[in-house]
Design a protein around this ligand. Structure first.
Ligand code: HEC
Ligand code: HEC
Ligand code: HEC
Length: 186
């Protein structure tokens, strides 16, 4: 065996080891958890001056999306989807009727509750890290820490008829129905 070959082998070994550890660190990076809406309300997103995000969401059907799974209509959709038993217990239904539906337990903080339905975090991403004011106020930091500024694609993850029939989704029209922008300062 030549010396060159041995050197190459050693280099390959060191590189693989580095890669292995780099990846391991990467997968141990902090994870963003779903925390529920109470923090969003208590922090800022409440009251007319701020844009009443929490009040608007509370009045919208998104906040009722889990309750809806207990309705008579839910039984019909469950049948279409081949879901047996209580739809409120079905991960197949949770996928679009809750935030983070179908993800494993490690994705949820103790304050999360699926009963809250399609929450802020269903559209804006899990907020355990970006909830801190210094991150929230900085768009770049917000986006780097699990935050999402939702576009049509985010809506279409749920507004599609892969599981049961839904209304045709016209983004411009629908987004007006859920709008909650921060009022412009005069
Ligand atoms: C996590 C899944 C999910 C996401 C993401 C989502 N929705 Fe929904 N949306 C639902 C569900 C489920 C309902 C029905 C709730 C009910 O009737 O209980 C609904 C209902 C609605 C309604 C009221 C019913 C209607 O069709 O008029 C509007 C408006 C709406 N969504 C708009 C949007 C928009 C705009 C977006 C993206 C910015 C969006 N949704 C993102 C799941 C989602
Ligand atoms: C792929 C996403 C998705 C999944 C999965 C899903 N839904 Fe829905 N569901 C929606 C959307 C979007 C609406 C809003 C109404 C619309 O746009 O037609 C909705 C509305 C509803 C409604 C109220 C309006 C109506 O059509 O009566 C019921 C009841 C319902 N879903 C039951 C269920 C049940 C039960 C399951 C599980 C078998 C389920 N959904 C799974 C997206 C989904
Ligand atoms: C159905 C999806 C959806 C849900 C649920 C939702 N949002 Fe939004 N949110 C949006 C969209 C879409 C925008 C506009 C994004 C853009 O600027 O293009 C937005 C914008 C915002 C903005 C920025 C407004 C501005 O004028 O810059 C804030 C703050 C916000 N949302 C907070 C919340 C809070 C808090 C909740 C929960 C109480 C919530 N959102 C729930 C879709 C959603």
């Amino acid at each position: 065996m030549g010396e060159k070959y041995l050197k190459l082998l050693a280099v390959t070994f060191v590189l693989s080891a580095l890669l292995y550890f780099a990846n391991r660190n990467y997968s141990q990076e902090k994870k963003f958890e779903y925390i529920g809406t109470k923090k969003c309300a208590s922090l800022c997103h409440k009251g007319e001056k701020k844009g009443s995000q929490c009040e608007i969401w509370q009045k919208s059907l998104h906040s009722k999306a889990f309750t809806t799974l207990a309705s008579e209509r839910a039984k019909l959709h469950a049948k279409t989807a081949g879901v047996e038993g209580d739809p409120q217990e079905s991960e197949k239904c949770h996928k679009c009727h809750t935030a983070g539906g179908g993800l494993d337990k490690s994705n949820f903080a103790a304050t999360y509750s699926k009963e809250e339905g399609v929450t802020c975090e269903a559209c804006h991403g899990p907020g355990s890290v970006y909830k801190s004011i210094s991150i929230m106020k900085d768009r770049e930091k917000f986006l780097a820490n699990g935050g999402v500024v939702p576009d049509k694609k985010v809506c279409l993850k749920c507004h599609n008829d892969s599981v049961h029939p839904v209304y045709e989704f016209k983004f411009a029209e629908k987004v007006r129905l859920v709008a909650h922008s921060i009022p412009k300062k005069e």
